[in-house]
Design a protein. Sequence first.
Length: 345
Amino acid sequence: MSYINSDNSTQDVVIIGAGPVGIFSIFAFGMQGLKCTVIDALDKLGGQCAALYPQKMIYDIPAHLALTGKQLVDNLVDQAMPFAPQIHLNSVVDDITTCYDEHGHYFKLAIKKHDQISYVSTRSVVIALGAGVFKPLRLEMEELNAFENKNVFYFVDDVQRFANKDIAIVGGGDSAVDWALDLAPIAKSIYLVHRREYIKAHAASWQKILDNPKIQVKIPYQLSKVESVEGEFKGVHIANEASSEFLAVDYLLPCFGLKSDIGFLNAWDLDVSHNRIMVDPTTMRTSKLGIYAIGDCAHYNNKRKLILIGFSEAANCATDLFRYIYPDRAAPVGHSTSIGVPGRF
Ligand SMILES: Cc1cc2nc3c(=O)[nH]c(=O)nc-3n(C[C@H](O)[C@H](O)[C@H](O)COP(=O)(O)OP(=O)(O)OC[C@H]3O[C@@H](n4cnc5c(N)ncnc54)[C@H](O)[C@@H]3O)c2cc1C
C-alpha cells in the first residue's frame, strides 16, 4: 500500500478539489492554523475557472471590477501559498473509507493517479469537487483526433492563438455563443455552426451575434468532414439536407458543454440529493462527522452556485473545522487586519 504522505502520518485536513473554492479554503483554513493537502483530478489548479474560461471576464468578485478566470486563480494561489499546502494534481479521489483508532475515527482516501492507487489518512475531509471530474463532450469524428490541441480545441486557454485567424465554432448553447462574441474582436472571421434552427443562448447575446459583421451564422448545419492535406488541417465541411459547404478555417472549437462525472458521490455514504451533498450551511458539515462540503457541490435551501458564495462557505467551514479537529484548543479569532497573514504580512 503506498501513501501520498510519505511518512504515513494522518493529516489534519484533505481538500478534494482545487477549484476557486478549494484554493480559497487553503487560505481560510490556514488562517485558523490548519495545514492542508489538496487533491485534484485536473493537471492544473483552478477548477472551472482555469479549465473552462481562463480568458473570460468575471464581474462579480467583490472588490474586483473585472478579472479573468486565470487572474482570479493566480490571485487565489498567490494568497494561499504562504500556508504551504501539499498539492497533488492528476489525482482522482475514488473512495473514502471510515477507519477507527484510539483517538476516534479518521478517513482513508483512495487516490487514483495514472491507474496507480495510493492512500492518504486524514482526520477530516473537505469536499470541494464542484461539478465533479469534468471532461468536454466530444465530437465523435475520428479524423479530428489528430488535430486536437493543434487546430481543434475543446477548451480556450490562450485567446491570442486565435488573433487574425478564421475560426469555426460548433454548438448552440451559451458557451458557443459566448466564445464567438469573445473571440470576434481579435479573430479574422468566425462561423457559428449549429445543427438545429434555434439556439439555446441568452437572447441579448444572440442579438449581438446577429449584429456582428465578423460572425456568420450557419444553421441548421452539421459538421460532415475534416479537410486536410498531407496531415495539415485545412478546414471543415458542413452539410444539411439541402446543401453542403466548405469552411476554410484555421481552427475548430467544438462547444457542446461538459460531461461531468459525479456519480461516485453516491458511494461515499453521505446525504446526497440530485448529485449534490446536503450540508448545514452554518458549518458546512455533511451527514458524516468530520466530512464537510463547500462550493458548487454543497447544497442547502436557496443555495446559489457562485464563486463568492463558495468563498463564504469556506470561511464558515474553517471555524467549525478547527473546533472539530482541536476540540480542546481555542479557535484563533480576530480580523486579518489584527492578526496579519502568518509568514507574509
Ligand atoms: C462559462 C462559465 C462562466 C462562469 N461565470 C461565473 C461568474 O461570472 N461568476 C461566478 O460566481 N461563477 C461563475 N461560474 C461558476 C463558477 O465557475 C463555479 O461556481 C465555481 O467554479 C465553483 O467552484 P468550486 O471550487 O466549487 O468547483 P469547481 O470550479 O468545479 O472545481 C472543482 C474541482 O474539483 C476537482 N474534482 C472533482 N471531483 C474530483 C475527485 N473525485 N477527485 C479529485 N478532484 C476532483 C475538479 O477537477 C475541479 O478542479 C461560471 C461557470 C462557467 C462554466
